[in-house]
Design a protein around this ligand. Sequence first.
Ligand code: URP
Ligand code: ZN
Ligand code: ZN
Length: 473
Amino acid sequence: MATTLISGGTVVTATGRSAADVLVDGEKIAAVLAPGSTLLGHDLAGSVDTVLDATGKYVIPGGIDAHTHMQMPFGGTEASDTFETGTRAAAWGGTTTIVDFAIQRYGERVMDGLAAWHEKAAGQCAVDYGFHQIIGDVNDDSLKAMEALPDEGVSSYKLFMAYPGVFYSDDAQIYKAMRVGAETGLMTMMHAENGPAIDAMVADLLAQGKTDPYYHGVARAWQMEEEATHRAIMLANLTGAPLYVVHVSAKQAVEQLAAARDNGQNVFGETCPQYLYLSLEDQLGAEGFEGAKWVCSTPLRSKHEHHQDHMWQSLRTNDIQMVATDHCPFCMKGQKDMGVGDFSKIPNGIGSVEHRMDLMYQGVVDGKISLERWVEITSTTPARMFGMYGTKGVIAPGADADVVIYDPNGHTSIGVEKTHHMNMDYSAWEGYEIEGHVDTVMSRGRVVVNNNEYLGSKGHGQYVRRATSQYLV
Ligand code: URP
Ligand code: ZN
Ligand code: ZN
């Protein structure tokens, strides 16, 4: 088996940083050693197959993006990244594991949905992948099937309080699913927005001739998110279900989560880069139909209400525990443009899987989070939250050799003609400049990106059977 020494770098984990060399043997990390260590009197660098020089750079566990939707059928079309293109873009950006969503649609059986997603992903991925299960039709059969999810390596499922007629669950369905989730040891993931009220407001706005993308954000007001978050928390409290609220964007929703945590409840929140950097006014409100590029749900929030600043603060204080992308890309031409003249027909989603590690590193440069917190919210907590820790999310002997060498003196210019490898005809991050660069990416011991060259291959990525969340009590 091939051996690699990553030498001279600063190893950064969620708990600290130190100068250390990392020895990789095959697919695993074999040792983390004092710089320049010898083995039985032998110079290590001279005994391994490959030496990667990380002098002046950070050596971190590979990123884990716990919320992606590759080739998801949604909004009358399909997300434009396949498992092949999306995981390749992830690799380019230093993400070595994704957790995507298998879907049970209305009238379908849960295990058929899971099997269909295995079929889409198998043999296609550049990096490792796992699945959460969307339960889009809570009924006796799907409740029974939920009990079998842990045996499939699926330890979390997602419900929707939004999208009536698509994935929506009413309160009775949520209550029933949460009861099973609590008993089965599954993490309940919630899309917390009041879908029926949003749909009524959408109809009102369209009737007034308010058809631009901007009104997507108006209809999906923060009150819709706060109310649903509160309701989800109360139903979780009643049923004893651990709760993880996805794509949190409103500061009022964070306050609901923080209050519940202060009250001793086992609830968590995820945010996404778009809710930290982008706004209702600057992006959704862009000239003409441009705002469609940033139509996603929950929506971008008003900068005048300071949701973005509050979200950075919540990341620092651990009121929000982690950052995923909710990567759900659509092209402007042929997909987003379905909603010209009617914002409600714009497919919901933004693509960011390639840029999450960089965008969050810029938060370190800007003094918003620490270096260790960067690793924690992008890799270690996702691993713990979703049952992968030890194998993923850490630089330690026995862990998978998913390692990123990150150059703090490098530079990354984001743009569709620049660093972009996602299958989209625009970038939601066009013009963003990052004061850092993903230098080398190793996935289970194999270098898949090095010095701006892609060395990975389709099919290298394996299915990750996930265990119970470490946050369950
Ligand atoms: O706009 C979004 N978030 N699209 C993906 C589906 C979801 O709700 O996560
Ligand atoms: Zn959602
Ligand atoms: Zn999503």
